[in-house]
Design a protein around this ligand. Sequence first.
Ligand SMILES: C[S@@+](CC[C@H](N)C(=O)[O-])C[C@H]1O[C@@H](n2cnc3c(N)ncnc32)[C@H](O)[C@@H]1O
Length: 314
Amino acid sequence: MLLPQFIREGGAALEALYPPQEARSLILRLCSEVLGTQSYTHIVEPSYEIPEEKLPRLYDAVSRMVQGEPLQYVTGVQEFCGRKFRVAPGVLIPRPETEMLVAGATQHLRLLLNPLGPPVQGEDLPRCPRGPHTSPVESATVLDLFTGSGCIAWSIALDVPGTRVTGVDISGAALAVARSQTFPDAAGAPGAVEFVLQDVLEVPDNFAGAPFDVITANPPYIRESEKAAMHRNVLEYEPSLALFVPDEDPMLFYRAVAHWSIRFLKPGGWGIVEINEELGAETAAVFESAGLVQVKKHLDLFGKERFVSFEKVV
Ligand SMILES: C[S@@+](CC[C@H](N)C(=O)[O-])C[C@H]1O[C@@H](n2cnc3c(N)ncnc32)[C@H](O)[C@@H]1O
């Protein structure tokens, strides 16, 4: 079969579930993953013949996607911060907005490791609490709570050499995926990331690797009552454990993060969490009332309150 025909027919099949533009974009991404084609190959090479042996995988993929299964579970990968992460049912598919949390954390860590480095551009960007007159540190430690696929943990460890990251999650399935990640640049950072099975709601007295310079967290934050507005492929395929928090206590996980931060951050340590865009003030109040300082809300690319950062007093 010719590539343009497959794109046409596959896109049309997916239009039962997705708007036409999105359906087409999903088919192009599928082809890119399975055939290694570019988003324009069918235009510049209209006579591109799909190799016979690839067709069963492509047909199978389309029929799974027509049932509502996300493309990322079908192909087993999702790009995040420039790397391809393995994903599987049982683990949340990393979202683009979470890349901003990683950008904030890596910028903070770079300043920590090299306080005299080039000045940081922008107004809303997190600042290094050590200030510009302190000596550089050679390594930094990060605790990534609710680590899931390990997308935050791996991205920070590989983007900021000298950083050691511990990822924590309650799901054995998620941790199996997090541990299975392989990246071309990971060989240069052996042991930079490790994962621990642990319920974050149970704050231990001691934790290996503590105290940490930075805490990151992307906890479940969607209230059960928000389910009605969500797409079927998220509700039916992604793990509820990764998504939802009870309506009657949406701050449950943030109180736990605040607790871990007070107990396991170094004095002057810094943290950043992803939040429900409708609960910015409530989330900031959780960290303030726990005794954390410099509590700030940050917007995502769509102008929504998506992150809260904080510091532990020196
Ligand atoms: C929103 S997902 C975040 C995954 C990943 N960090 C990301 O940004 O894509 C939340 C994660 O929290 C985990 N989780 C839910 N309840 C937990 C708990 N009580 N303790 C630890 N992890 C929990 C889920 O298994 C899931 O992997």
